[in-house]
Structure formats: structure tokens, C-alpha cells
Design a protein around this ligand. Structure first.
Ligand SMILES: Nc1ncnc2c1ncn2[C@@H]1O[C@H](COP(=O)(O)OP(=O)(O)OP(=O)(O)O)[C@@H](O)[C@H]1O
Ligand SMILES: [Mg+2]
Length: 325
């Protein structure tokens, strides 16, 4: 890996609501280097957004970061004051939210929002910022950018809001971009265009990108490394080629087997039997145990296995991986 931009260490997060506590993230560690794209994949509820939003501390109020460190440019973001953090967000860390509408203020026009971001983070005048906004909107493929600039986010579709957020993120030239399902609201052509823009950001400006996605096609095309999450933990971490060709964790194997295949062989949406864990208490054993075809007695007796690097360099959190290393 090139020089690290982000280092997450042993991060655990829970949500405390009136009704219950959810142990959403347990002991997550991950590095991202300059110019690197690291993908985070896993079923719905596995903790991807929680992991991503912990980094700039943009979690909802009921979230409690119970332990861990988030190193960014020699500082632990979890130790910074809100004020220090605000200057880092936007300036150094940009976020594309999973819910594109929620990422923008509904009662301020697109133009005013983008221009405000530009003037507060770059030294340009308001008038120039407004002009720049229209260029940025055109650059993310929005037709009639002048009209969109004058619109309110609630007047736009989810896909349009997503592209406005991409426009903001790219304009600020961040060191780290957290993109949470950045193409989920977009049709295929625009998705390809947006992925190409992220690729360009990384290549030309060395932006480190955490790319949260459901889509293994996107992983294969974009990511340098991929981390698979299950039940709030990273269960496997590797380069996409290894992980997709010969997954080590039984969950990764099941997830890949459940994907539709173009050649009609294998898989074809055979969903994984059982349901994901409820996360209402800290896991005593591997969270995949109840659904695992390879479970052994050690899996029922020992605490969840930590993510460990094997001799072959691959990382997996499993007592009985698909291939022994
Ligand atoms: N504000 C909240 N209050 C309570 N529980 C929450 C909250 N946000 C998330 N959770 C729970 O935390 C767990 C992890 O959720 P998270 O949103 O991080 O998953 P995800 O992998 O991003 O899922 P998706 O693919 O659906 O976006 C889930 O069990 C979810 O229900
Ligand atoms: Mg999510």
C-alpha cells in the first residue's frame, strides 16, 4: 500500500435507541492509502454505512462509538473537537451520502449550497463560485445545469442529487472521499460515467476513496482492495481478484454464489439460507455461525475469530476457511 491516508483501528459502534441497543460495528480495522480505492461490501445491515460515517463522525445522535481510533493525517478524528472536525469535513474529507436527498439541504438552492461549500473551503469569490457551480454540474453530466443550479434539492430526483454531491466532492479536492452507494440511484450509463469520474479523481489527484457498494461488478472494475462485512465485522479482506476467484470466508463464498451469472451456470440468485444476525447483543461467536455450512465445534465454543493475515498474505476471520492457508 502507498502512504496511508486513513487508518481505522478496532472501531466499535452501537446504536442506543429507546427500544433496544444494536451492536452495529465490532472491532473494525482498515487502511486506505493515497490514490487507493477500497471497497466495502456486504448485505444490507452489515454495518457498511456505520463504518463509513464513523470516519468523519457523521453518525446519528443515538450512535455511540464505544472504542477505536480513526487516524487521518496524523490525528485521531475521534479525539478532535467538533470545530476541528468541521474544517476537516469538506476540506479534506468529502462524503457522498447513501441517501442523496438527505445529503443536501432541501430549502437552499443547489447553486447556493455548492457556492457556499466552494467559498468556505476554497479562496474564491461568491460570484465566481456560482459560475463554477454551473460548470461542475455540467461536468457530472447534468443537462441544463443552469436550471438545476437554481432548483431546490426537493425538486430533483435522487440520481440528480447524487450527482450534485459528486460535483461538490470533486470540486473540493479532498484527500479522502467516502462514497456510500454513490451510484445506487443512477441508471447504467450515468453510473459508468460517475465511476469514471471517481477513477479520475484517484488517478489525477491521488484521492483515497472508500467505496461502499452492493455491486461486485463495481468492486471488480474499481477497487484495489475489498473488505467484506458481515454482522458488523470485516470477515475477509483481499484484492478483488483473489476474493472473487477463490473466497476464503464461507460468507463471502455464499454471497458470491448468490449473485446472478450471465452464463446461467451456478448461483443464479440462490439466496443464503437463514437470516442476518439481529445484533441486539455483542456476538459471543462468529456471527455467521447459524448460517455457515462449514461450521465446526470450535466455532460454537470460541469468540468471533479476529481478522488475521495468513501466510499466503490473505486476510480472513474464520476458524475453518474454504481454503486452508
Ligand atoms: N440510527 C440507527 N438506530 C438504530 N439502529 C441503526 C441505526 N442506523 C443503523 N442501524 C442498525 O445498524 C446496523 C448496521 O446498519 P448500516 O446502515 O450501517 O448497514 P449497511 O451495511 O449500510 O446497510 P445497507 O446496505 O442497507 O445500507 C443495522 O442493524 C441497522 O439496522
Ligand atoms: Mg448503508
Amino acid at each position: 500500500m502507498s502512504e496511508p491516508v486513513l487508518g481505522i483501528r478496532n472501531l466499535s459502534v452501537r446504536y442506543e435507541t429507546k427500544e433496544r441497543t444494536i451492536y452495529a460495528l465490532e472491532d473494525v480495522s482498515l487502511n486506505i492509502g493515497r490514490g487507493e480505492i477500497v471497497a466495502l461490501v456486504g448485505e444490507s445491515g452489515s454495518g457498511k454505512t456505520t463504518a463509513g460515517m464513523s470516519i468523519p463522525r457523521l453518525l446519528p445522535q443515538e450512535a455511540v462509538i464505544s472504542s477505536g481510533e480513526v487516524h487521518f493525517q496524523d490525528r485521531d478524528l475521534l479525539q478532535l473537537s467538533d470545530r476541528e472536525l468541521r474544517s476537516i469535513r469538506g476540506n479534506d474529507i468529502a462524503v457522498i451520502f447513501q441517501d442523496p436527498v438527505a445529503g443536501l439541504n432541501p430549502v437552499i438552492t443547489v447553486e447556493d449550497q455548492v457556492a457556499e461549500m466552494l467559498t468556505s473551503h476554497l479562496s474564491i469569490k461568491k460570484k465566481d463560485a456560482k459560475k463554477r457551480t454551473v460548470d461542475l454540474l455540467a461536468a457530472v453530466g447534468l443537462s441544463d445545469p443552469g436550471h438545476i443550479a437554481k432548483s431546490y434539492p426537493f425538486q430533483l430526483s435522487g440520481g440528480m442529487c447524487q450527482r450534485v454531491m459528486v460535483a461538490i466532492a470533486t470540486a473540493l479536492d479532498p484527500h479522502l472521499l467516502i462514497a456510500d452507494e454513490p451510484t445506487s440511484a443512477l441508471d447504467v450509463t450515468i453510473q459508468a460515467q460517475l465511476l469514471a469520474q471517481l477513477e479520475e479523481l484517484r488517478r489525477e489527484r491521488g484521492t483515497a476513496i472508500l467505496l461502499i457498494t452492493h455491486d461486485f461488478g463495481v468492486v471488480a472494475q474499481m477497487a484495489d482492495r475489498v473488505a467484506v462485512m458481515y454482522g458488523g465485522r470485516i470477515v475477509e479482506h483481499d484484492i478483488p481478484d483473489n476474493l472473487m476467484r477463490s473466497p476464503l470466508h464461507p460468507y463471502t463464498a455464499a454471497l458470491l454464489a448468490s449473485l446472478p451469472r450471465l452464463d446461467g451456470q451456478h448461483g443464479g440468485l440462490s439466496s443464503i439460507p437463514g437470516t442476518p444476525p439481529e445484533l441486539e447483543e455483542p456476538a459471543e461467536h462468529c456471527p455467521f455461525l447459524p448460517r455457515c455450512p462449514k461450521a465446526m465445534s470450535v466455532c460454537r465454543e470460541e469468540p468471533p475469530p479476529p481478522l488475521e493475515r495468513r501466510e499466503d498474505g490473505r486476510e480472513v476471520a474464520c476458524y475453518n476457511p474454504v481454503w486452508q492457508g
